[in-house]
Design a protein around this ligand. Structure first.
Ligand code: HEM
Length: 471
């Protein structure tokens, strides 16, 4: 008899059984787009539909995904709705740039994100995680203390980003810079009813009122950061850190990027480079708190590797179970739940059974890790938290295009290796020292607000592991 406990099924909206009306669609998109999708999105390989008069193709079939993101990627640009939301904030940063500007920027920043270079960040990731763990030492009593883990993980990943890419030299006017980043993303980075109605960009978006002020403050911080570093480079180049910021600023001298593009990229990397990882870390701690046998297996692995004094750069390889627990959280709660494109010219794709999908020019293509990762055709027990599926011995069964937390093709996430390494190091440091447990208030509900995040946060009890538990 199989004595293993039933796998944990963490909270998520159930597929809709009937299509919503027009008003309900608008309400759901504004409240939580994850609640929009019906059964067909979780069971069919593709769906051709109309969304506010816009022809839309929802794609789950891994072959068709590969066609759009890789094989015929030149025929697909970023979709209008994504650009309408993100471009006013990030302008020509890497995430939102297209064509030649994108090509130049990707080439310019790529050296920092090669696996070999990213490995060099492991020491800083460890130091920042250890510093952050000190905050929890105040929880050093038998019963522990409740912390807001979603906010904490954002602070931690921001500290790692600021140290690794900017050598801690982001000029901040307040201690709450990470809060400012969040305010910016949440004010500006969401769908407004005017976006859905395709109103021109000069029509005010009520949901973003106040956002421009935050954005102006932010841009001024970025410019001050650039000026301070340029002054340092001019005064004493030899002692200036050879980091991402220096690499970007050097591009101005060589003509690789304009001053505006450098500014846009600094903002982009601050925005794209920490909240996503923070979300997945918080969801991992939540899932693990609900699965004692998984937590114990991780603790055993982490304690063993740490007792061997292995360098942090090796932890990702030495901790396959911890990595699997994180990847399974990325599957169930992909921080980027939707990857949107639009077809430039007419296109077609035929599956192995000879069925053909016609994709007309202008069609919006929705590739949604959210539905793909929970799809009945591609996953066994799709809604359950089962890290074992990501262990090296099982990993071969997961197709490259059925697991897309970082996207794929030329626009694949440039920070994927960085994020995985960071996540394993942070989890190892935190879980070696503390246990993260549920409280009565821990009732997260996933909402899509740019990233997939727990509505109302994630309060958890943090208890030092070495302390004897009270009966
Ligand atoms: C778990 C963490 C992360 C997740 C789930 C994630 C997810 C993604 C996804 C899905 C894309 C592709 C978007 C598309 O094709 O439309 C992307 C692109 C991008 N990501 Fe990440 N990301 C993560 C961490 C990071 C980190 C740590 C950085 C930087 C340090 C970063 C920087 C970027 C940038 C700049 C792009 C745009 C790349 C391009 O278009 O050339 N991301 N990310």
């Amino acid at each position: 008899m199989d004595m293993r406990p039933d796998p944990f099924v963490p909270p998520a909206p159930l597929p809709r059984t009937a299509p919503p009306g027009r008003l309900e669609i608008i309400r759901t998109i504004l409240r939580n787009p994850l609640e929009l999708w019906g059964e067909p999105s979780y069971t069919l390989p593709w769906i051709q539909t109309r969304f506010f008069r816009e022809r839309t193709l929802i794609v789950n079939d891994p072959g068709l995904i590969r066609h759009v993101l890789v094989d015929n990627a030149v025929n697909y640009r970023m979709s209008d709705i994504r650009q309408l939301i993100l471009r006013p904030i990030l302008r020509d940063g890497l995430l939102t740039a297209e064509g030649d500007v994108w090509k130049r920027s990707r080439k310019a920043v790529a050296p920092v994100f090669t696996p070999r270079h990213a490995n060099g960040f492991a020491g800083q990731m460890l130091r920042q995680s250890e510093d952050y763990a000190r905050k929890y030492e105040s929880a050093a009593s038998g019963e522990g203390k409740v912390f807001e883990i979603a906010a904490d993980m954002t602070e931690l990943t921001f500290a790692i980003l600021a140290d690794t890419l900017f050598s801690g030299e982001i000029v901040t006017s307040s201690d709450s810079f990470a809060d400012d980043v969040n305010a910016l993303l949440h004010r500006m980075g969401r769908v407004d009813p005017m976006d859905l109605l395709r109103a021109p960009s000069w029509v005010p978006r009520v949901t973003r009122i106040g956002g421009q002020k935050v954005l102006d403050k932010f841009r001024s911080i970025v410019r001050q950061t650039m000026d301070a570093r340029l002054a340092r480079m001019q005064a004493d180049r030899a002692s200036t850190p050879d980091d991402f910021l220096t690499l970007l600023l050097d591009q101005a001298a060589t003509g690789g990027l304009t001053d505006e593009e450098i500014e846009d990229n600094i903002l982009t990397f601050i925005g794209a480079g920490h909240e996503t990882t923070a979300r997945a870390l918080a969801w991992t701690l939540y899932c693990v708190a609900n699965t004692p046998h998984i937590r114990e297996a991780m603790e055993e692995e982490i304690d063993r590797v740490l007792s061997q004094d292995a360098e942090p750069v090796k932890w990702l390889d030495l901790m396959p179970y911890t990595r699997a627990a994180f990847e399974e959280a990325l599957r169930l709660y992909p921080p980027a739940p939707s990857i949107n494109r639009a077809a430039i010219a007419d296109d077609r794709w035929t599956d192995a059974k000879g069925e053909t999908v016609e994709i007309e020019a202008g069609v919006t293509v929705l590739i949604m890790p959210w539905t793909l990762h929970r799809h009945e055709l591609y996953w066994d027990k799709p809604r359950a938290y089962v890290p074992e599926r990501f262990l090296p011995e099982n990993r071969g069964k997961i197709g490259r295009f059925q697991f897309l937390p970082f996207g794929a093709g030329p626009r694949v996430c440039i920070g994927a290796t960085f994020a995985l390494q960071e996540a394993v190091i942070a989890l190892a440091v935190l879980m070696h020292r503390f246990r993260f447990d549920m409280t009565e208030q821990t009732k997260p509900w996933p909402v899509q607000k740019l990233t997939t995040q727990p509505q109302n946060g994630l309060p958890m009890r943090v208890t030092p592991r070495s302390f004897p538990k009270l009966a």
